[in-house]
Design a protein around this ligand. Sequence first.
Ligand code: UD1
Ligand code: UDP
Length: 362
Amino acid sequence: MKILTIIGARPQFIKAAVLSRYIRNNPSCGITETLLHTGQHYDQNMSDIFFTEMEIPQPDINLCVGSGSHGKTTGLMLEKIEEVIIDRKPDTILVYGDTNSTLSGTLAASKLHVPVAHVEAGLRSFMMAMPEEQNRRLTDHLSTWLFCPTQTAVDNLTREGILNQDNNTLPSPDNKCVIMTGDIMYDASIYYRNKSNIQIKEKDFILLTIHRAENTDDPVRLTSIVNAVNSLSDYKFIFPVHPRTRKVLEQQKLIFNSHVKMIEPVGYLEMIAYESACTAILTDSGGVQKEAYFFNKPCITMRDSTEWVELVTTGWNTLTGADTKKIITAVKNLHTPEHSPALYGDGNCAEKICDILKQQEL
Ligand code: UD1
Ligand code: UDP
């Protein structure tokens, strides 16, 4: 089976590293993969570093679309991916998560009747204004294989009428295959924690990340977050700054005080070393919320809702939105819950995905 994998943004490189390695190491699954990088992320430390240190093969194709408005970049990717599909004739397109690269790949494939496999299907924030929610809902509805990281994700799909249909007919966009595989980022954290020997010299710090559009594009929310972090001067923060956020902070002339150490975005191995060394995590990232759990750290999420609801119900994650008072209170009341149930599978997500996909060749 010829798979065309479409990636473009930082978390997708991390997810693809796991599945791509599994495919290469298991030729008996009969899958060959072509890796297409849309170029949505392109800075050395937002892209190349992941390929090098996570041993992901260099992309076979890089569309180099770069940054721009949603319409412009999504449109450019759609046009170019369509050409690649016509030229390479893959059997299946594989997409990850909920970025504009995900949606472009899905649309291009669907219109050409190439089935789509969606890894990280079924997640919902129930906030349609989020670009990620738009991308993931559309992708799920067009996909043939929906690989869900959690039972919550399967249930979300069921509520939308997306469920396993006739087992005797080959899967198609009208006869979907919905499978709970566990979370591929859990697989990544298990594999790479043994590879990371980076020592973090700082101690007693909170790891901070901010990049989501709902916070960075809204000056009121961003100011409220900066004010909260600046008020917490008894705590030390380390903040790898996403280029989007750096740009907005400069434009808005928002300044963090000296107890916040701002650094450039780091590679995955350094990031998980920070996650392992910190006392807690303050974030609006999807992936970082879960990694907090993988590294046994309490997390505060500066969003109004989360797709990873099981972290909230088990007490590992506190949602504060961008509210200054709520963020301050949550940081002051940080505690580590006693129990860590297996929320994200057994670490064999890649194997499960390949097992399902290879059955397509019936
Ligand atoms: C994208 C995803 C988001 C995901 C995030 C992961 C969409 C709609 N959003 O958001 O879901 O959480 O990736 O990090 O797909 N920039 C650079 N260099 C880079 C990349 C980006 O300078 O290598 C700057 C540019 O100014 C760009 C801005 O960041 O305009 C935003 O980049 P973009 O890819 O549009 O969205 P992200 O915020 O990264
Ligand atoms: N990450 C990283 N370096 C950083 C910040 C994040 O390697 O400086 C990793 C992080 O460990 C996680 C992924 O990027 O695996 C999360 O991506 P991001 O927060 O950009 O996007 P989201 O998960 O919110 O879509």
